[in-house]
Structure formats: structure tokens, C-alpha cells
Design a binder for this molecule. Sequence first.
Ligand code: SF4
Length: 224
Amino acid sequence: MEGILHRPGLVETLRLEGRGDGMITGTDTMDQVAAAIAGCTLCPLSLSRTRTVPGEGPVPSALLFIGEAPGKKEDETGRPFVGRAGQILTDLLSRCGLSREEVFITSIVKCRPPGNRAPRRDEIAACMPYLEAQIALLSPRVLVPMGRFATVTVFGMYGLPFPSFGEVRGRGHGVRDQRSGREMTIVPVYHPAVITHNPPARRDLEEDFRKLAGVIRTSPGSRK
Ligand code: SF4
């Protein structure tokens, strides 16, 4: 998958082509992006969703957490990470000295795949302009993809090689945003839901967040 999703300027391309009713532009606010997502029918996930889940948090935000896709509770409420995984994430953030309200949380695709299956490649490609627009609006210093799936996708966006999740998780990977020229650090971590079906993984998850806290403290412009 690496490199396939690396399509700089796609937001502008969408605007020029006027493609789809979820059209967004390079000058939208986060509320406008959320409104475009709410009306989006660019991929088949629009047919089965209850609500779209654009994400939430402050704008701009130094920290952007990215999950795979909304689950059942998120689909019902329209909010990201509100189920058991959300409680775990909130707890892990507090161990880093952060509250949920201080970070922006979203996912690769904004609509729930039926039965919580993994999003398909065409669905990811259709939804990618929204994540690109969110990154442009948030100006994050640190991107935190949660789980292997989100990590593969985010590494693909920035053309980073992906040897294996084990080799890249818990470490900072520097990238430069092609549109803004800003430097960012990608820190992959386990998905918080991992411990709901594999309780011993809690130690690895906590270790990832300890390392993340270290990257946050040492990244340029940090106030932590
Ligand atoms: S997943 Fe993304 S591209 Fe697909 S319908 Fe939802 S908002 Fe649109």
C-alpha cells in the first residue's frame, strides 16, 4: 500500500473537478469539512452508516490521533472513540499528562464499515481528502496512528517505507508536509482496542504511550 495514497494536492484536485457532493476546498473550516463529510456519498460506506464521524478536538491541535474507522458506538453517536477503546484511550492520554479535550481524534475513514470489517482500498482513497484537509487545518506537530491499519495508511500518505508494525511502533518518524512545508513526527502506537481482546497487550500499549509522551516532550514547540 505504501505510496499509493500519497497524492499531494488532492483536496485542490477535488475542488477543481467538483467531484461528489462531499466536495471540500483548500479554504474550508473544520466545521465545513465536517458538513461535507455529513453529506458525503463518495463511497459505499455511506449506504450503511447511521452517522458520519468526522472527529473532534481543538483546532488547531498539536496532536492528532488517527484510528482505523468508526465502530458501533461511534456510528450511533457521531463521536470518535466513545466505546471501551475510547475509555482506554482517555486513560492512556491522562498518563501522558493530556486530556481528551487537548487533542484531535479522528479516523482514516469517517463512516463505519459493516460488521466492523477493515475499510477497503477504494473507500480509503475516497475518504483521504478529508483527512488531508483536517491535517492542513490542524497543523499538528505529532500524528499518532493507532494500530497497524492506520499506521500503514499514514505511512503511505507520506511515502514512508513500512517494514512491519513492530519495527515502527513507539518511535518517532519525521516527515515534511508537502503542502505547508511543516515538519511533523509520526508516532505509531497500538490501537487501544487491542487489550479488549488481548489483555496482556496492555503492557505494550502503555509502553507505546510512555514513548509517545517522550516524543511530545522533546518535539519542537512543545510546552510539555
Ligand atoms: S467513508 Fe468517507 S468517503 Fe466514504 S461515504 Fe463516508 S465520508 Fe464519504
